[in-house]
Ligand binder design. Structure first.
Ligand code: C5P
Length: 221
């Protein structure tokens, strides 16, 4: 049987950075489910689908083919066969993903993909509903969070390093809006699973968080 680790938490808490490193330490596959929601959102953006109309999104859902490939342990996201791994990182795609991920048609489609993958492989999977919905029986669940200020500053630095122009106040507002939408949607809202361990990374280094989660995983293997 495969061993699965679930990591959930709000935008910018450092889930992907941490999960990638823990995966390397343990020899697990890192699955970034946000990237899958982003790929669906990119399709919706590119095709000018009205994201406010559930029926318009549902009408194209079947046509959207999202797949993951792993090259040297790195996740590649394919949208209808095209590698969109870089393009989905744009802020507008992330914001669109948080709008379109409220729809059942979008969630259903990705849920089965995620569960199939976790059944086959040892995975550390990050997202919003992994511990509560996708992998309810995962032996280790982490709820990783940090203050809004910390998360906004980290995102700001990340974007600056990539040479993208950005505004800290705007990022903070986007993060707050995204948190609100993710936590208040009807289906699979972002929430800490009852049996998840809370890790607040505001005053922790990346290394400290990685060590903590790796130790917890080893105790359960
Ligand atoms: O984590 P990331 O910022 O890439 O996720 C983009 C958006 O996708 C989130 O704001 C959230 O609305 C959605 N998402 C989700 N469920 C997941 C992962 C991401 O609804 N498991």
């Amino acid at each position: 049987m495969s061993m699965n680790i679930a990591i959930d938490g709000p935008a910018g808490a450092g889930k992907s950075t941490i999960a990638k490193r823990v995966a390397k330490e343990l020899g697990f596959i890192y699955v970034d489910t946000g990237a899958m929601y982003r790929a669906m959102a990119l399709y919706i953006l590119r095709h000018g689908v009205n994201e406010k109309e559930e029926s318009a999104v549902a009408a194209v859902c079947d046509r959207i083919d999202v797949a993951l490939r792993y090259v040297d342990g790195n996740q590649m996201v394919l949208l209808c066969g095209e590698d969109v791994s870089t393009e989905i990182r744009k802020e507008e795609v992330g914001n669109m993903a948080s709008v379109t991920s409220v729809y059942p048609c979008v969630r259903q489609k990705l849920l089965s993909l995620q569960q199939d993958l976790a059944a086959r492989e040892d995975v550390i999977m990050d997202g919003r509903d992994i511990g509560t919905c996708v992998l309810p029986d995962a032996p280790l669940k982490i709820y990783l969070t940090a203050s809004v200020e910390t998360r906004a500053k980290r995102r700001y630095q990340e974007l600056q390093e990539k040479g993208q122009t950005c505004d800290l106040t705007e990022i903070m507002k986007d993060i707050e809006d995204r948190d609100y939408r993710d936590m208040h949607r009807e289906i699979s809202p972002l929430a800490q699973a009852e049996d998840a361990i809370l890790v607040d990374s505001s005053d922790m280094t990346i290394e400290e968080v990685v060590a903590k989660i790796t130790d917890l995983a080893k105790e359960r293997m």
